[in-house]
Design a protein around this ligand. Structure first.
Ligand code: FAD
Ligand code: PHB
Length: 390
């Protein structure tokens, strides 16, 4: 089989890129390790920036997002029980975010690929990348006993943090930067009315908590837990009780609880791999960088990679101009590092770190006091949260 661009990974990055390229007449295949049901079963991001939404529309996949997604012009931060609102609209110069789940984004992209009869291969095993330093790279995968070969011009590694693409770049070429946080987020999805019309990020002496949502009848809540906690150790009752302890009293009183329909623990990690290009292999999204979810930047950072790569590939195919491809890694990383900085800052500000001294705790409290006393500081938070320009 021969395609122009072979995309490894059928998560949001891979699907969005293949859909955008297809609409411009560039031939792609997406190779996904898992079944579609499995990919759609993962509950992840909930907050989209408008740059991402614009790409979804360009990919003719934004209709349901525009109909069902909720525009949020602000969110709350609770400081040990006291609520303060961050007015995103005011401090970002009129911008906002869209609350629409990653599961729905992915479903819309799969539907769009189906409508165009785009090639998406599921349950592929043992994907291997070959000869990316040559002009004729190829990818192989196994389906049952059969080995399939895909010849292509370019390979895009959009296979997430645990994928094969990044690992296929030689160690002496790749530089990795990493920070692993000593806690995770225990998340619960429940068919209940959200406790607040806007998200609430809670800093509390017992640990961080977040009240989020997917719709007016579907809530998503998180609490910070030690890294060695296991989901099985948390009954629904113990989760709700711990969440309530970390919320302001009034909010805890209003919280509607119910059975969890999904419960999982996500470890928190900051990670960047440089460069994002090796020969004819380009990394995009979580394959190249990870942020802790506190700043809601992960999927949005993946979108900026897709944006740069899409335009670079179109310039290559339509104008024989490779400047975008040559600049991809440098351009992508410049924005990626800003998302890293912001996510690290939000995480440090709002979580309880076991190793923190009383001095460092005072500094965090002072940082929050400063934030809410300075329009410039709120402006910086707002412009990063709604997303820096591509
Ligand atoms: P992935 O979604 O990981 O997709 C990669 C795909 O590649 C997967 O389908 C995988 O099965 C496949 N794959 C892996 N290995 C192989 C292989 N060898 N061969 C073929 N296929 C393979 N981001 C935000 O912007 N806003 C938020 O509010 C937000 N909240 C989050 C909350 C949580 C709890 C978590 C965990 C993450 C959150 N994120 C958020 C981050 C966001 O979910 C990720 O950044 C996003 O999923 C990245 O998309 P991706 O397509 O690059 O990677
Ligand atoms: C979510 O709804 O899953 C969510 C929202 C905001 C975040 C992280 C996760 O910062």
């Amino acid at each position: 089989m021969k395609v122009q661009v072979c995309i490894i990974g059928g998560g949001p990055s891979g699907l969005l890129l293949s859909q955008l390229l297809h609409l411009k007449g560039v031939d792609t295949i997406v190779l996904e390790k898992h079944s579609r049901e499995y990919v759609l079963g993962r509950i992840r991001a909930g907050v989209l920036e408008h740059g991402f939404a614009a790409l979804m529309r360009e990919a003719r996949s934004g209709e349901r997002m525009d109909r069902e997604g909720e525009i949020h012009e602000g969110f709350f931060i609770s400081r040990d029980g006291v609520l303060s609102r961050v007015d995103l609209h005011k401090y970002s110069g009129g911008n906002s975010v869209i609350v629409y789940g990653q599961t729905e984004v992915t479903r819309d992209l799969y539907d769009a690929r189906d409508r165009l009869k785009g090639a998406v291969e599921h349950n592929v095993e043992d994907v291997q990348i070959h000869d990316v330093k040559s002009d004729a790279p190829f990818v192989t995968y196994r389906r049952g006993d059969e080995i399939v070969r895909v010849d292509c011009d370019y390979v895009v590694g959009a296979d997430g943090f645990h994928g094969v693409s990044r690992k296929s770049i030689p160690k002496e070429v790749l530089r990795e930067y990493e920070r692993i946080y000593p806690f995770g987020w225990l998340g619960v999805l429940s068919r209940t009315k959200p406790v607040s019309p806007e998200l609430i990020y809670c800093k509390h002496e017992r640990g961080f908590a977040l009240c989020s949502m997917r719709s007016q009848v579907l809530s998503r809540y998180y609490i910070q837990v030690p890294l060695d906690d296991r989901v099985e150790d948390w009954s629904d009752e113990s989760f709700w009780a711990e969440l309530k302890r970390r919320l302001p009293e009034k909010v805890a009183g209003d919280l509607v609880t119910g059975p969890s329909i999904e419960k999982s623990i996500a470890p928190l990690r900051s990670f960047v791999a440089e460069p994002m290009r090796y020969g004819r292999l380009f990394l995009a999204g979580d394959a190249a960088h990870i942020v802790p979810p506190t700043g809601a930047r992960g999927l949005n950072s993946a979108a900026s990679d897709v944006y740069y790569l899409y335009h670079a590939l179109i310039d290559h195919y339509q104008k024989s101009d490779d400047a975008g491809l040559d600049a991809y890694s440098q351009k992508g990383l410049a924005r990626v590092w800003k998302a890293q900085r912001f996510s690290w800052w939000m995480t440090t500000l709002l979580h309880k770190f076991p190793e923190n001294t009383p001095y460092e705790n005072k500094l965090r409290e002072t940082e929050l006091d400063y934030l809410f006393s300075s329009e410039k500081a709120l402006g910086s938070l707002a412009e990063n949260y709604v997303g820096l320009p591509f």
